[in-house]
Design a protein around this ligand. Structure first.
Ligand code: ZN
Length: 379
Protein backbone atom coordinates (compact mmCIF):
# COMPACT_ATOMS: atom_id res chain seq x y z
CA UNK A 1 0.00 0.00 0.00
CA UNK A 2 1.38 3.42 -0.91
CA UNK A 3 2.48 5.58 1.99
CA UNK A 4 0.09 8.40 1.08
CA UNK A 5 -2.81 5.99 1.00
CA UNK A 6 -1.95 4.65 4.45
CA UNK A 7 -1.91 8.19 5.77
CA UNK A 8 -5.40 8.80 4.34
CA UNK A 9 -6.81 5.64 5.92
CA UNK A 10 -5.28 6.65 9.19
CA UNK A 11 -6.79 10.13 9.06
CA UNK A 12 -10.26 8.77 8.29
CA UNK A 13 -9.92 6.36 11.18
CA UNK A 14 -8.80 9.11 13.57
CA UNK A 15 -11.75 11.35 12.67
CA UNK A 16 -14.14 8.45 13.19
CA UNK A 17 -12.68 7.68 16.61
CA UNK A 18 -12.87 11.35 17.55
CA UNK A 19 -16.54 11.44 16.64
CA UNK A 20 -17.34 8.26 18.53
CA UNK A 21 -15.52 9.47 21.59
CA UNK A 22 -17.84 12.44 21.89
CA UNK A 23 -20.68 10.47 23.34
CA UNK A 24 -22.84 13.32 24.53
CA UNK A 25 -26.16 13.63 22.82
CA UNK A 26 -26.37 16.21 20.09
CA UNK A 27 -27.84 19.27 21.72
CA UNK A 28 -28.88 21.26 18.71
CA UNK A 29 -29.56 24.93 19.18
CA UNK A 30 -30.65 25.54 22.68
CA UNK A 31 -33.50 27.98 22.54
CA UNK A 32 -36.98 28.05 23.97
CA UNK A 33 -38.71 27.91 20.60
CA UNK A 34 -36.85 24.76 19.59
CA UNK A 35 -37.48 23.08 22.92
CA UNK A 36 -41.20 23.71 22.60
CA UNK A 37 -41.18 22.67 18.94
CA UNK A 38 -39.51 19.35 19.82
CA UNK A 39 -42.04 18.68 22.52
CA UNK A 40 -45.01 19.49 20.31
CA UNK A 41 -43.75 17.74 17.18
CA UNK A 42 -42.74 14.15 17.83
CA UNK A 43 -43.61 13.29 14.22
CA UNK A 44 -42.02 15.32 11.45
CA UNK A 45 -44.31 16.32 8.64
CA UNK A 46 -41.94 17.91 6.15
CA UNK A 47 -41.91 19.40 2.71
CA UNK A 48 -38.78 19.90 0.63
CA UNK A 49 -38.82 22.71 -1.94
CA UNK A 50 -36.42 24.54 -4.21
CA UNK A 51 -36.40 27.91 -2.53
CA UNK A 52 -34.65 29.75 -5.32
CA UNK A 53 -36.44 33.03 -5.87
CA UNK A 54 -36.36 36.20 -3.84
CA UNK A 55 -39.03 37.76 -6.01
CA UNK A 56 -41.46 34.93 -5.34
CA UNK A 57 -41.14 34.90 -1.59
CA UNK A 58 -44.83 35.81 -1.41
CA UNK A 59 -45.74 32.61 -3.30
CA UNK A 60 -43.99 30.52 -0.69
CA UNK A 61 -45.64 32.42 2.14
CA UNK A 62 -49.03 31.81 0.54
CA UNK A 63 -48.28 28.08 0.24
CA UNK A 64 -47.28 27.96 3.90
CA UNK A 65 -50.23 30.02 5.14
CA UNK A 66 -52.90 28.38 3.00
CA UNK A 67 -51.78 24.74 3.05
CA UNK A 68 -48.69 23.77 5.02
CA UNK A 69 -49.76 25.28 8.33
CA UNK A 70 -53.39 24.07 8.17
CA UNK A 71 -52.20 20.58 7.14
CA UNK A 72 -49.94 20.32 10.16
CA UNK A 73 -46.58 20.63 8.43
CA UNK A 74 -43.81 21.33 10.90
CA UNK A 75 -40.70 21.12 8.68
CA UNK A 76 -39.70 23.01 5.56
CA UNK A 77 -36.48 21.90 3.90
CA UNK A 78 -35.44 24.84 1.79
CA UNK A 79 -33.06 23.78 -0.96
CA UNK A 80 -31.23 27.00 -1.72
CA UNK A 81 -27.91 25.82 -3.14
CA UNK A 82 -26.36 28.48 -5.32
CA UNK A 83 -29.68 30.27 -5.68
CA UNK A 84 -28.81 32.46 -2.78
CA UNK A 85 -27.14 35.85 -2.83
CA UNK A 86 -24.08 35.09 -0.72
CA UNK A 87 -22.50 38.14 0.85
CA UNK A 88 -19.12 36.61 1.57
CA UNK A 89 -18.93 34.98 -1.85
CA UNK A 90 -20.01 37.75 -4.11
CA UNK A 91 -20.91 36.44 -7.53
CA UNK A 92 -21.23 32.85 -6.30
CA UNK A 93 -24.99 32.73 -5.95
CA UNK A 94 -27.61 34.33 -8.10
CA UNK A 95 -31.29 35.11 -8.34
CA UNK A 96 -32.26 33.56 -5.04
CA UNK A 97 -33.05 34.96 -1.63
CA UNK A 98 -30.80 37.52 -0.02
CA UNK A 99 -29.93 37.44 3.68
CA UNK A 100 -32.78 39.70 4.66
CA UNK A 101 -35.33 37.55 2.82
CA UNK A 102 -33.91 34.38 4.38
CA UNK A 103 -34.34 35.87 7.86
CA UNK A 104 -37.84 37.02 6.98
CA UNK A 105 -38.80 33.54 5.77
CA UNK A 106 -37.30 31.93 8.83
CA UNK A 107 -39.32 34.17 11.15
CA UNK A 108 -42.46 33.60 9.09
CA UNK A 109 -42.05 29.82 9.41
CA UNK A 110 -41.24 29.87 13.11
CA UNK A 111 -44.30 31.99 13.84
CA UNK A 112 -46.34 29.15 12.34
CA UNK A 113 -44.64 26.30 14.16
CA UNK A 114 -42.56 25.32 11.14
CA UNK A 115 -38.88 24.59 11.49
CA UNK A 116 -36.95 25.68 8.42
CA UNK A 117 -33.88 23.67 7.42
CA UNK A 118 -31.65 24.97 4.62
CA UNK A 119 -30.24 22.47 2.12
CA UNK A 120 -27.03 22.93 0.20
CA UNK A 121 -25.83 20.13 -2.08
CA UNK A 122 -22.40 19.09 -0.92
CA UNK A 123 -19.97 16.98 -2.97
CA UNK A 124 -22.28 16.05 -5.85
CA UNK A 125 -24.86 17.87 -7.91
CA UNK A 126 -22.51 20.71 -8.78
CA UNK A 127 -23.56 22.65 -11.88
CA UNK A 128 -21.92 21.40 -15.07
CA UNK A 129 -22.41 24.54 -17.12
CA UNK A 130 -19.75 27.16 -16.73
CA UNK A 131 -22.22 30.02 -16.93
CA UNK A 132 -23.98 28.80 -13.78
CA UNK A 133 -23.04 30.02 -10.34
CA UNK A 134 -20.98 27.40 -8.51
CA UNK A 135 -18.14 26.75 -6.15
CA UNK A 136 -16.21 25.01 -8.91
CA UNK A 137 -16.41 28.02 -11.17
CA UNK A 138 -14.85 30.12 -8.44
CA UNK A 139 -12.44 27.42 -7.22
CA UNK A 140 -11.66 25.16 -10.20
CA UNK A 141 -8.94 23.48 -8.16
CA UNK A 142 -11.66 21.65 -6.15
CA UNK A 143 -12.95 19.83 -9.23
CA UNK A 144 -12.79 16.02 -8.97
CA UNK A 145 -12.62 15.73 -12.76
CA UNK A 146 -10.96 18.91 -14.07
CA UNK A 147 -10.13 17.28 -17.39
CA UNK A 148 -13.75 16.66 -18.25
CA UNK A 149 -15.03 19.54 -20.40
CA UNK A 150 -17.62 21.92 -19.01
CA UNK A 151 -21.11 21.57 -20.34
CA UNK A 152 -20.66 18.04 -21.68
CA UNK A 153 -23.88 16.08 -21.82
CA UNK A 154 -22.02 12.93 -20.79
CA UNK A 155 -21.61 14.31 -17.30
CA UNK A 156 -24.61 14.13 -14.97
CA UNK A 157 -23.16 16.81 -12.74
CA UNK A 158 -19.75 17.91 -11.53
CA UNK A 159 -18.38 17.00 -8.10
CA UNK A 160 -15.96 18.35 -5.53
CA UNK A 161 -12.82 16.44 -4.71
CA UNK A 162 -13.48 15.22 -1.16
CA UNK A 163 -9.76 15.10 -0.39
CA UNK A 164 -8.70 18.57 -1.51
CA UNK A 165 -7.00 20.08 1.55
CA UNK A 166 -8.41 23.58 0.99
CA UNK A 167 -12.00 22.56 0.24
CA UNK A 168 -13.62 22.33 3.65
CA UNK A 169 -12.68 25.75 5.09
CA UNK A 170 -14.34 27.36 2.06
CA UNK A 171 -17.39 25.10 2.25
CA UNK A 172 -17.82 25.73 5.98
CA UNK A 173 -17.79 29.48 5.43
CA UNK A 174 -20.44 29.07 2.77
CA UNK A 175 -22.64 26.84 4.95
CA UNK A 176 -22.15 29.16 7.93
CA UNK A 177 -23.55 32.05 5.95
CA UNK A 178 -26.71 30.06 5.21
CA UNK A 179 -26.96 28.81 8.80
CA UNK A 180 -26.75 32.35 10.07
CA UNK A 181 -29.15 33.81 7.49
CA UNK A 182 -31.85 31.20 8.18
CA UNK A 183 -31.09 31.14 11.90
CA UNK A 184 -30.96 27.39 11.37
CA UNK A 185 -30.87 24.72 14.06
CA UNK A 186 -30.46 21.89 11.53
CA UNK A 187 -28.81 21.62 8.12
CA UNK A 188 -29.29 19.28 5.15
CA UNK A 189 -26.06 18.61 3.25
CA UNK A 190 -27.57 16.74 0.29
CA UNK A 191 -24.79 14.31 -0.81
CA UNK A 192 -27.02 12.21 -3.04
CA UNK A 193 -26.23 10.77 -6.48
CA UNK A 194 -22.46 11.13 -6.19
CA UNK A 195 -21.00 9.17 -9.10
CA UNK A 196 -17.55 10.54 -9.99
CA UNK A 197 -15.96 10.22 -6.57
CA UNK A 198 -12.57 8.47 -6.62
CA UNK A 199 -11.99 9.33 -10.27
CA UNK A 200 -8.87 7.83 -11.76
CA UNK A 201 -7.77 11.28 -12.96
CA UNK A 202 -7.80 12.76 -9.46
CA UNK A 203 -4.27 12.56 -8.01
CA UNK A 204 -5.64 12.68 -4.43
CA UNK A 205 -8.44 10.15 -4.73
CA UNK A 206 -7.40 7.57 -7.27
CA UNK A 207 -6.82 4.09 -5.86
CA UNK A 208 -8.52 4.98 -2.56
CA UNK A 209 -11.68 3.00 -1.72
CA UNK A 210 -14.73 5.12 -2.49
CA UNK A 211 -16.33 4.24 0.85
CA UNK A 212 -13.42 5.86 2.67
CA UNK A 213 -13.55 8.98 0.51
CA UNK A 214 -17.28 9.33 1.04
CA UNK A 215 -17.13 8.77 4.80
CA UNK A 216 -14.31 11.29 5.01
CA UNK A 217 -16.54 13.93 3.39
CA UNK A 218 -19.53 13.05 5.59
CA UNK A 219 -17.44 13.21 8.75
CA UNK A 220 -15.88 16.54 7.84
CA UNK A 221 -19.32 18.07 7.40
CA UNK A 222 -20.69 16.37 10.50
CA UNK A 223 -17.86 17.58 12.67
CA UNK A 224 -18.42 21.19 11.63
CA UNK A 225 -22.22 21.23 11.58
CA UNK A 226 -22.96 19.07 14.61
CA UNK A 227 -19.93 19.30 16.85
CA UNK A 228 -18.74 22.82 16.17
CA UNK A 229 -22.00 24.58 15.35
CA UNK A 230 -24.35 22.50 17.53
CA UNK A 231 -26.89 21.81 14.77
CA UNK A 232 -28.51 18.58 13.65
CA UNK A 233 -27.41 17.21 10.28
CA UNK A 234 -29.58 15.65 7.61
CA UNK A 235 -28.48 13.98 4.37
CA UNK A 236 -29.90 11.82 1.61
CA UNK A 237 -29.29 8.11 2.21
CA UNK A 238 -28.82 6.64 -1.29
CA UNK A 239 -25.00 6.46 -1.25
CA UNK A 240 -25.10 4.19 1.81
CA UNK A 241 -27.17 1.53 0.04
CA UNK A 242 -25.46 -1.26 -1.88
CA UNK A 243 -27.20 -1.87 -5.19
CA UNK A 244 -26.04 -5.51 -5.12
CA UNK A 245 -27.89 -6.03 -1.85
CA UNK A 246 -30.96 -4.04 -2.85
CA UNK A 247 -31.33 -5.15 -6.41
CA UNK A 248 -34.76 -3.65 -7.01
CA UNK A 249 -33.61 -0.16 -6.18
CA UNK A 250 -32.26 1.77 -9.18
CA UNK A 251 -28.63 2.90 -9.38
CA UNK A 252 -29.84 6.39 -8.48
CA UNK A 253 -31.40 5.35 -5.20
CA UNK A 254 -28.62 2.89 -4.30
CA UNK A 255 -24.90 2.88 -5.04
CA UNK A 256 -22.74 1.01 -7.52
CA UNK A 257 -19.55 2.93 -6.77
CA UNK A 258 -18.61 1.25 -3.48
CA UNK A 259 -19.65 4.29 -1.45
CA UNK A 260 -22.02 2.08 0.57
CA UNK A 261 -19.17 0.84 2.77
CA UNK A 262 -19.02 4.34 4.25
CA UNK A 263 -22.15 3.55 6.24
CA UNK A 264 -20.08 1.83 8.94
CA UNK A 265 -17.91 4.91 9.47
CA UNK A 266 -20.37 7.73 10.03
CA UNK A 267 -22.18 8.91 13.19
CA UNK A 268 -25.57 7.35 13.95
CA UNK A 269 -27.34 10.57 14.83
CA UNK A 270 -27.25 11.87 11.28
CA UNK A 271 -30.86 12.09 10.14
CA UNK A 272 -31.07 9.87 7.07
CA UNK A 273 -33.52 11.04 4.42
CA UNK A 274 -34.16 7.69 2.78
CA UNK A 275 -35.64 8.60 -0.61
CA UNK A 276 -37.52 6.19 -2.83
CA UNK A 277 -40.20 7.31 -5.16
CA UNK A 278 -41.67 4.40 -7.05
CA UNK A 279 -42.97 0.91 -6.39
CA UNK A 280 -39.96 -0.84 -7.96
CA UNK A 281 -39.04 -2.19 -4.53
CA UNK A 282 -42.31 -2.16 -2.60
CA UNK A 283 -40.80 -3.62 0.57
CA UNK A 284 -38.48 -0.59 0.81
CA UNK A 285 -35.69 -2.66 2.47
CA UNK A 286 -33.57 0.41 3.18
CA UNK A 287 -35.70 1.38 6.19
CA UNK A 288 -34.90 -1.87 7.94
CA UNK A 289 -31.26 -1.58 6.80
CA UNK A 290 -30.76 1.85 8.36
CA UNK A 291 -32.47 0.71 11.56
CA UNK A 292 -30.24 -2.36 11.80
CA UNK A 293 -27.18 -0.18 11.18
CA UNK A 294 -28.13 1.75 14.28
CA UNK A 295 -29.31 5.07 12.88
CA UNK A 296 -31.58 6.71 15.37
CA UNK A 297 -33.60 8.85 12.96
CA UNK A 298 -34.84 7.93 9.51
CA UNK A 299 -37.02 10.14 7.36
CA UNK A 300 -38.73 8.30 4.48
CA UNK A 301 -38.81 10.68 1.56
CA UNK A 302 -41.35 10.50 -1.26
CA UNK A 303 -42.05 12.24 -4.57
CA UNK A 304 -44.90 12.41 -7.03
CA UNK A 305 -46.25 8.85 -6.89
CA UNK A 306 -49.03 8.76 -4.27
CA UNK A 307 -49.39 4.98 -4.22
CA UNK A 308 -45.67 4.49 -3.56
CA UNK A 309 -45.66 7.30 -0.99
CA UNK A 310 -48.46 5.67 1.01
CA UNK A 311 -46.83 2.26 0.84
CA UNK A 312 -43.44 3.68 1.86
CA UNK A 313 -45.03 5.35 4.87
CA UNK A 314 -46.79 2.12 5.85
CA UNK A 315 -43.63 -0.01 5.53
CA UNK A 316 -41.59 2.56 7.45
CA UNK A 317 -44.03 2.45 10.35
CA UNK A 318 -43.85 -1.32 10.36
CA UNK A 319 -40.08 -1.74 9.98
CA UNK A 320 -38.69 1.03 12.16
CA UNK A 321 -41.43 2.56 14.29
CA UNK A 322 -38.95 3.92 16.82
CA UNK A 323 -36.52 5.36 14.30
CA UNK A 324 -38.82 6.78 11.66
CA UNK A 325 -39.13 10.43 12.56
CA UNK A 326 -41.96 11.23 10.18
CA UNK A 327 -42.19 11.83 6.47
CA UNK A 328 -40.59 14.16 3.95
CA UNK A 329 -42.37 15.04 0.71
CA UNK A 330 -39.80 16.09 -1.88
CA UNK A 331 -40.93 18.90 -4.14
CA UNK A 332 -38.80 18.71 -7.27
CA UNK A 333 -40.64 19.90 -10.34
CA UNK A 334 -42.85 22.39 -8.56
CA UNK A 335 -41.25 25.50 -10.04
CA UNK A 336 -39.73 28.36 -8.10
CA UNK A 337 -40.55 28.39 -4.40
CA UNK A 338 -43.23 25.72 -4.98
CA UNK A 339 -45.35 27.95 -7.20
CA UNK A 340 -46.78 25.03 -9.23
CA UNK A 341 -47.67 23.15 -6.07
CA UNK A 342 -49.57 26.17 -4.80
CA UNK A 343 -51.46 26.36 -8.10
CA UNK A 344 -52.54 22.73 -8.03
CA UNK A 345 -53.47 22.92 -4.34
CA UNK A 346 -55.68 25.90 -5.06
CA UNK A 347 -57.30 24.08 -7.97
CA UNK A 348 -57.26 20.56 -6.53
CA UNK A 349 -60.60 19.48 -8.00
CA UNK A 350 -59.27 20.22 -11.47
CA UNK A 351 -55.84 18.80 -10.78
CA UNK A 352 -55.88 16.66 -13.94
CA UNK A 353 -55.22 19.87 -15.88
CA UNK A 354 -51.96 20.46 -14.01
CA UNK A 355 -48.49 19.07 -14.81
CA UNK A 356 -47.88 15.56 -13.49
CA UNK A 357 -45.15 16.33 -10.94
CA UNK A 358 -46.90 19.03 -8.89
CA UNK A 359 -50.16 17.12 -9.30
CA UNK A 360 -48.64 13.86 -8.04
CA UNK A 361 -46.92 15.62 -5.14
CA UNK A 362 -50.19 17.29 -4.14
CA UNK A 363 -51.94 13.91 -4.25
CA UNK A 364 -49.20 12.20 -2.27
CA UNK A 365 -49.36 14.95 0.36
CA UNK A 366 -53.15 14.87 0.65
CA UNK A 367 -53.33 11.09 0.89
CA UNK A 368 -50.46 10.60 3.32
CA UNK A 369 -51.52 13.49 5.55
CA UNK A 370 -55.02 12.01 5.72
CA UNK A 371 -53.55 8.63 6.66
CA UNK A 372 -51.32 10.21 9.31
CA UNK A 373 -54.23 12.19 10.77
CA UNK A 374 -56.38 9.06 10.91
CA UNK A 375 -53.70 7.12 12.72
CA UNK A 376 -53.35 9.93 15.28
CA UNK A 377 -57.14 9.94 15.86
CA UNK A 378 -57.26 6.17 16.31
CA UNK A 379 -54.56 6.23 19.03
ZN1 ZN B 1 -10.28 13.80 -5.53
Amino acid sequence: MAKKQKVRYFLVFIVFVMLLSEVQETKGKDDAWLKRWRKENPVWRGLHLSVNSGEKLGVLKDLIREYLEPMGFNILIAEVGYSYRFEKFEGMGSEGLNGEQARELSKFCRARGIRIIPLFNCLGHQPKKKNRASLLRMYPQFDETPRKPWGTKKLYSREWCPMHPDLYPVVFELLDELISAFDADAFHVGMDEVFLIGDKDCPRCKNTPVGLLYSWAVNQLYYHIVKEKGLEMLMWGDRFLDSNEMKDYSSWESSKTGSHTAVDFVPRDIIICDWHYRMNSPEFPSVRFFREKGFTRILPSTWHYPEAALKFWEVSQRDAPEQVSGILFTGWGTGRNGELLLKVMRDYENREKHPKMPRGIAEAIKQCVKEMDNSIKSK
